[in-house]
Design a protein around this ligand. Structure first.
Ligand code: FPP
Length: 281
């Protein structure tokens, strides 16, 4: 990575990152449903950019470029459908092992998505990010971290779609991050260790459980994505490569979700009202 990275700064949360364990004031309650007949929280694993490009005789980077445009379209489509939360797997902690040129290209596309922040702001979309940047341990270039922070800051008062980009993200790392923060809170102030207090220590405490998990390009794997939040989420797998996944296919996924029997107890949010501090118990 170039000198322009934020490596070597572990443990220092980025400015504006939520205090671990602190519920965000005014945050939507977990389990807030979407509009009638629409999942409240859709999470997408955007796979198949490379294969899409190769199938057309194009370099893999073209697949990623088109993938970014598709993501922007899916954000608009999710908003139009009345979905309240959309979380997209933009760059995983495992993606760093790809060739440097490909990594650099994907990172430049993340800049593109943040360059669209003004359009999202006009549409009342709230941009959030989960991943190492929240923990202050990201190796992402500083200019991308800055753009990310500006996007989060600019849109934090918005009340429409919550668009979360999982960015230098790995779910196992998130669980370790939460465990460490909860343990510290427990030792410091006697915070009770239970599911609700643990959830408050994840990268994005306001994020509700996933109602519909989508993966493109046919793979049936979670790939270290939202392990806690997706427990019990129906899994829609489509053979379509991500660059071809647009408004129509999001609609098809929602249609599929409508036919899935609801009521898996694992999909319920962690119950409210559980004491967070030993002294309150
Ligand atoms: C999978 O394609 C996708 C990624 C590696 C993540 C990057 C996502 C995008 C570039 C689209 C969204 C853009 C932004 C800005 C978040 P792959 O390369 O694994 O495809 P393959 O399995 O066919 O090789």
């Amino acid at each position: 990575m170039s000198d322009d990275t934020a490596a070597g700064d572990p443990g220092a949360p980025e400015p504006g990152a939520p205090e671990p364990g602190a519920p965000e004031p005014g945050a939507p309650e977990p389990g807030v449903p979407g509009a009638d007949g629409v999942p409240g929280h859709v999470a997408v694993i955007m796979d198949g950019n490379g294969r899409w490009a190769e199938s057309k005789g194009l370099p893999r980077t073209e697949g990623h470029r088109q993938g970014e445009a598709t993501l922007a379209e899916v954000v608009r489509a999710a908003d139009d459908l009345g979905i309240r939360w959309l979380t997209a797997y933009g760059f995983s902690t495992e993606n760093w092992s790809r060739p440097k040129l490909e990594v650099d290209f994907i990172l430049s596309l993340h800049k593109n998505i943040f360059d669209r922040r003004l359009e999202m702001h006009r549409n009342n979309v709230r941009i959030r990010c989960i991943g190492r940047p929240v923990a202050g341990t990201s190796r992402l270039p500083r200019r991308i971290l800055r753009e990310m922070q500006e996007s989060v800051e600019l849109t934090k008062g918005n009340t429409g779609l919550n668009f979360t980009l999982a960015f230098d993200y790995g779910s196992r790392e998130e669980l370790v991050y939460a465990a460490r923060n909860l343990l510290e809170a427990h030792l410091r102030e006697g915070t009770v260790i239970d599911e609700r207090s643990f959830e408050q220590c994840l990268y994005e405490p306001a994020m509700p459980p996933v109602d519909l998990l989508v993966r493109t390009s046919g793979e049936q794997r979670l790939s270290n994505f939202l392990l806690w939040q997706s427990v019990g989420a129906p899994f829609y797998v489509t053979p379509t490569y991500w660059p071809d996944f647009g408004r129509a296919e999001l609609g098809a996924a929602v249609e599929w979700w409508r036919g899935v029997p609801q009521g898996d107890p694992a999909r319920e949010p962690v119950p409210k009202g559980i004491a967070r501090h030993a002294k309150d118990a």
